[in-house]
Design a protein around this ligand. Structure first.
Ligand code: DHB
Ligand code: FE
Length: 282
C-alpha cells in the first residue's frame, strides 16, 4: 500500500454509506407505515434518551460533545458501521426467532450483491499468493425436512489483514467474494482462506467512542454468507472459528454457539470444515 492508499475510517465509511444507498431502497418498503407506528417508535426512542439524561444528570458540555460526535459520525460516513455494530443484532434476533432451521446473524456493512459465480465446487476469487491458511469447506443446503435444495451461497469475508475488498484500498474488486450455486443434491465445496479477526476502524467517530468508553474494537474472525433457495427464507449468517479471543466479547454481539465451525487441520497445514445450512420454508 502506498501512503495515499492507507485504509481510513472515513474512506471505508464513505464506501459503506454509498453501498447502502445504491443497494437498498430503504424507504420504499415502509412507505405505508401508519403514523401511529412511527409516532410510537420515535417517542419511545426519544423517551429512552430523555430517561438517560435525567437519570444521569447529563451536563450541557456532555450534550454538546454528543452533538459534535453525532455530526462526526455522519461526516465520516460511519452510520452504517455504527448501526450494524451496535443495533443490528437485536433487529436480527426479533426477526428470525421463529426459525427452526439455521441460526443467522447480522449482515454488517460490507455485503455487495453480484459476486462472481463459482459453481457448486469452486475457488473464491483471490490474489496470486493470497495470504492466510487455505480453507476447504464442504456441506449442503437442505430444507427443515431434510430435502436437499438447489440454491446459492454468497460468501464474502476479510483477508488475512482484516480488510474487505471494495471497502479498503488496493484490493481487487471481487477479492474474497463469490457466489456458489448448488445442484439438486444441495452440495457445495468452497475453497478460500481463513480470514483474520476484524478491527472496526479506530480513526473515525466510532473509534473515538470506543476509545472514550474504554471498549475494544474487535470482531472475531468470520465468514459472511447469504444462503437462498426457492420457496425458502433467505438466511444471512456469519461463521466463526473456535478459540478466537473475541468469540465471547464480539463488539457487534453477533456470535452464536451454533455458528462456530469445527475446523480440522490437515497434514499439509490447510484447514477443512464441514458445515451445512438448513433453510426454513417461506
Ligand atoms: C462491521 C464490520 C463487519 O465485518 C461486520 O461483520 C459487522 C460490522 C463494522 O465495521 O461495522
Ligand atoms: Fe464482517
Amino acid at each position: 500500500m502506498s501512503i495515499d492508499e492507507v485504509a481510513t475510517a472515513a474512506a471505508s465509511g464513505a464506501a459503506a454509506t454509498e453501498r447502502f444507498h445504491s443497494d437498498k431502497s430503504p424507504y420504499a418498503a415502509v412507505r405505508d407505515t401508519p403514523p401511529e407506528r412511527v409516532n410510537l417508535l420515535a417517542r419511545e426512542i426519544l423517551g429512552a434518551v430523555h430517561d438517560t439524561i435525567r437519570r444521569h444528570h447529563v451536563t450541557y458540555d456532555e450534550y454538546n460533545a454528543f452533538k459534535a460526535w453525532m455530526i462526526q459520525v455522519g461526516e465520516d460516513g460511519e452510520w452504517p458501521l455504527f448501526l450494524d455494530v451496535w443495533t443490528e443484532h437485536v433487529v436480527e434476533d426479533v426477526n428470525t426467532s421463529h426459525r427452526r432451521g439455521n441460526k443467522g446473524t447480522i449482515e454488517g456493512p460490507y455485503y455487495v450483491p453480484g459476486a462472481p459465480e463459482q459453481g457448486a465446487d469452486g475457488v473464491i476469487p483471490m490474489r496470486d499468493g493470497e495470504h492466510g491458511t487455505p480453507l476447504t469447506w464442504e456441506g449442503a443446503i437442505t430444507s427443515t425436512d431434510g430435502t436437499p435444495l438447489a440454491g446459492t451461497i454468497e460468501l464474502w469475508h476479510a483477508d488475512d489483514d482484516g480488510y474487505y475488498s471494495q471497502f479498503a484500498p488496493g484490493i481487487p474488486e471481487w477479492n474474497l467474494r463469490g457466489t456458489f450455486t448448488t445442484g439438486s443434491d444441495g452440495r457445495f465445496r468452497i475453497r478460500t482462506i481463513q480470514p483474520a479477526p476484524y478491527q472496526i476502524p479506530t480513526d473515525g467517530a466510532c473509534g473515538a467512542l470506543i476509545d472514550a468508553a474504554g471498549w475494544h474494537s474487535w470482531r472475531p474472525a468470520h465468514l459472511h454468507v447469504k444462503v437462498a433457495a426457492e420457496g425458502h427464507e433467505q438466511l444471512t449468517a456469519q461463521l466463526y472459528f473456535p478459540g478466537d479471543a473475541h468469540n465471547d466479547d464480539d463488539i457487534a454481539d453477533a456470535v452464536k454457539p451454533e455458528l462456530i465451525l469445527a475446523p480440522v487441520t490437515q497434514p499439509d497445514g490447510s484447514v477443512h470444515v464441514d458445515y451445512g445450512f438448513v433453510l426454513d420454508p417461506a
